[in-house]
Design a protein around this ligand. Structure first.
Ligand code: MLT
Length: 268
C-alpha cells in the first residue's frame, strides 16, 4: 500500500505494519539505532520536530527536505552521517519528506517494523514467525509510486512465498505485481542479487536525484542486502530496536510500583 493512500491513521489500527523507505529513511534509521542512538522520534513535519525538540531539551534535530539537511537542523538523512561518534546515546528527532510520514501514520499499529534491503532477511524471518496478516506501507516519493520501495516490498512477499509456499498468503494485486517486479529486477536466477538491486536504485527517480546531490555512495549502501540482522520497531511514539523494547519490557515487569495519591491540602 502506498503511504499517500493512508488518509486516516485508523486504517492501520491494530495491524502488523511494515514501513519501507529504502532511499533513505529506513536505511538511516536502522544505521542510527545500530550505531547506538538511544531512540529516534519520528516527526511528520518540521514544525512538529521543532516543537518536540523544545520540549525535550537534550536531543538532536535530524532530517531532510528535498534530500538536503533542513535549515537549523544538525543532521541530514545520509546514513553515513550517523556514526557512533555523532549519535551514540542520543535522542534523535527525525523528520523526512516521506519516510517519517509513513511511520507516524502507523502510530496505532499492533506492530510496526521498519524494513529495507539492509535488514531484508531479518524482516522476512520476523514476519514468517509472526504468522499473521500484515500490511506493507511503501513511502514512495512525494505521494507517488517509487520503484525501490516496491521492489523491496515484492522481495519480502516473494521470500515469504518461497518459505511458506504459494497460496499461504492471500496477496492483493499491488503485492502480486511488486513480487513480479522484484523477481524481474532484483534476482539472478533464484537469488536476490546486490548488484541488480543497486541498478534499480541507480535507475530510480529518487536515486538519480540523490546522485545529482552527491549522495551516490548512499545508493550503494542502501542496496546492501542483509547487512544487519536487526529490526527497528515503532512503539509509543519512538523508534528503537526490537530487542531494546523487549529488554525494557522485561525490566519493567520486574518492578512492582505502588502509587498512593494524596491531597495534602484537602479539607475533606
Ligand atoms: C524520505 O523520507 O522521503 C527520504 O528518506 C528522502 C531522502 O532520501 O532523504
Amino acid at each position: 500500500m502506498s503511504q499517500s493512500l493512508i488518509q486516516d491513521e485508523m486504517l492501520l489500527k491494530d495491524r502488523n505494519v511494515v514501513v519501507i523507505d529504502v532511499l533513505r529513511a529506513s536505511s538511516t534509521i536502522l544505521t542510527a539505532l545500530i550505531n547506538g542512538a538511544k531512540e529516534i522520534i519520528p516527526a511528520e513535519s518540521v514544525s512538529v520536530a521543532a516543537r518536540i525538540s523544545k520540549g525535550l531539551g537534550n536531543s538532536v534535530l535530524c532530517g531532510e527536505r528535498n534530500g538536503k539537511v533542513i535549515e537549523g537542523f544538525k543532521m541530514g538523512n545520509s546514513p553515513f552521517e550517523y556514526t557512533p561518534e555523532a549519535i551514540k546515546g542520543k535522542v534523535l528527532i527525525f523528520s523526512t519528506t516521506n519516510g517519517t510520514l509513513s511511520i507516524t501514520k502507523s502510530k496505532f499499529a499492533k506492530n510496526c517494523v521498519i524494513a529495507g534491503f539492509l535488514n531484508m532477511k531479518a524482516v522476512v524471518n520476523y514476519l514468517a514467525e509472526l504468522n499473521e496478516d500484515f500490511t506493507i506501507v511503501c513511502s514512495g516519493k512525494l505521494n507517488d509510486f517509487c520503484i525501490e520501495d516496491s521492489v523491496a516490498a515484492g522481495m519480502i512477499i516473494h521470500e515469504l512465498e518461497e518459505m511458506k509456499g504459494k497460496g499461504y498468503y492471500e496477496v492483493l494485486d499491488s503485492g502480486y505485481i511488486s513480487s513480479k517486479l522484484a523477481k524481474l529486477l532484483a534476482y539472478k536466477n533464484t537469488k536476490a542479487d546486490k548488484s541488480k538491486i543497486l541498478c534499480v536504485l541507480k535507475d530510480s527517480e529518487h536515486g538519480k536525484y540523490l546522485s545529482s546531490l552527491g549522495f551516490g555512495e548512499d545508493l550503494k549502501y542502501c542496496s546492501e542486502l542483509d547487512m544487519f540482522g536487526k529490526l527497528p520497531f515503532y512503539r509509543n511514539g519512538v523508534l528503537k530496536l526490537k530487542e531494546t523494547f523487549e529488554a525494557e519490557e522485561k525490566e519493567k515487569s520486574k518492578m512492582k510500583r505502588v502509587n498512593i495519591s494524596s491531597k495534602p491540602n484537602s479539607k475533606e
